[in-house]
Ligand binder design. Structure first.
Ligand SMILES: Cc1ncc(COP(=O)(O)O)c(C=O)c1O
Length: 404
């Protein structure tokens, strides 16, 4: 029996076949069960902000586990209060901000969905979200996710959500005083690392304010410094009503949060929402340590600078397959000229590089925020080799004039 047999028999089939079995990680490298080393430019899909087995992560987890792991939300703990205060400071909520803790991105967005309903009440049944944006897989967050093929097997959806194009014109046409909230994913990661049009967030802020709707920004993939600001909305210089975070704030520990600003902070009242595990001492201690290390080591700036370095290096690769680079900071999408992204991911794995393909024409790069010259050089070598492997296979498949 191989591990593939075990996985095929025992794990739920909602994921495709596992590509490898990893047994160890250190920094930006992973090792599989056969002892092969890989460069990890996926980082658990934008989760492992500090890379693998970072000493700060390890010691925060161990020392909090040896002190106090979990007591429930009937009680407060120091790491929970410290993390809430830190998130408020980093997001710039001022004193009136509040934080709700859950265990995942979907739970953070579920909380935001309920926040929108509390704000809207019977007067504002409409919620707007962007076509193609991804907000999660639970029934509530699936209803917010503008991908009909994902929703289709699970219809009917929670009512009230309408999907609009990611343009200011579409937003202007859709908004009225019956809209409770607009949900925005500032860089559409799952859709293929698609940037919003220039000025969209500023216009969305202006228009939602004018109509009394909440502006909720899903920072689950973009947050924790990944785009070169603590949160992507900060590039636009706006103040949203709520943001949701997860992935990178825990650096590998499952945690999510809804952070509210101003009036939106007054909407939840006792009994309206909760979670047994959300915000426990263990998770909040780890997330606090991860964010503390991102601050101490100036990794937000590193994400901005390494992102630009990486973009330039990718554009310098001599391959007809690469047509451009989208995204910001260390959330980058490599656009391909042919629908061969999955083949490139497979070739990359053969060459010892972990990346993924959100669609057939895009490679997604979301490495640890700690990467430097060494990792970037190694990445460019491995990606170049992977592209060449696929390019060679394509040439073999394409009949030459002599054969045609
Ligand atoms: C933008 C965005 N929102 C929400 C989610 C859902 O988060 P989770 O998988 O932790 O539930 C994701 C996950 O990929 C995401 O990228």
């Amino acid at each position: 029996m191989t591990w593939q047999d075990d996985a095929g028999r025992d794990l739920v089939r909602s994921f495709g076949e596992r590509m490898a079995m990893f047994v160890r990680g250190e920094g930006s490298h992973l090792w599989d069960a056969e002892g092969r080393r890989y460069l990890d430019f996926l980082a658990g899909i934008a989760v492992d902000s500090l890379g693998h087995a970072h000493p700060v992560f390890v010691s925060a987890l161990a020392s909090q586990a040896a002190t106090l792991a979990h007591v429930s939300n009937y009680f407060a703990t120091p790491p929970q209060l410290e993390l809430a205060a830190r998130l408020k400071r980093l997001a710039g909520t001022g004193d009136t901000g509040r934080v709700y803790f859950g265990n995942s991105g979907a739970e953070a967005n579920e909380a935001a969905f309920k926040l929108a309903r509390l704000h809207g009440g019977a007067e504002r049944p409409r919620i707007l979200a962007l076509k193609d944006a991804f907000h999660g897989r639970t029934m509530g967050t699936l209803a917010l996710t503008g991908k009909p093929w994902m929703q289709e097997p699970f219809l009917p959806m929670t009512p009230g959500v309408e999907f609009i194009d990611s343009t200011v014109e579409a937003l202007e046409a859709a908004l009225d005083d019956r809209v409770a909230a607009l949900f925005v994913e500032p860089v559409k990661g799952e859709a293929g690392v698609i940037d919003l049009p220039e000025g969209y967030l500023a216009a969305a802020r202006e228009l939602t304010s004018r109509h009394g709707a909440l502006l909720v920004i899903d920072e689950i993939q973009t947050g924790a410094g990944r785009t070169g600001e603590w949160f992507a909305f900060q590039h636009a210089g706006i103040t949203p009503d709520a943001i949701t975070v997860a992935k990178g704030i825990g650096g590998g520990f499952p945690i999510g949060a809804l952070i509210t600003f101003g009036h939106a902070s007054d909407l939840f009242y006792p009994g309206t929402h909760g979670s047994t595990f959300g915000g426990n001492a263990l998770g909040t201690a780890v997330a606090g340590a991860v964010l503390g290390e991102i601050e101490r080591a100036d990794l937000v700036r590193n994400a901005a600078e390494r992102g630009e370095q990486l973009r330039a290096a990718i554009l310098g690769i001599d391959s007809d397959l690469v047509t451009g680079v989208r995204g910001r900071g260390l959330l980058l999408g490599v656009a391909l000229s042919h629908p061969v992204a999955k083949a490139v991911v497979a070739a990359a794995q053969e060459h010892g590089l972990v990346i993924n393909a959100p669609n057939d024409e895009t490679l997604r790069l979301v490495p640890a925020l700690t990467i430097g010259d060494v990792e970037i050089d190694e990445f460019i070598d491995l990606l170049t080799a992977s592209l060449r492997t696929v390019q060679d296979a394509l040439l073999l498949d394409t009949p030459t004039e002599a054969h045609a």
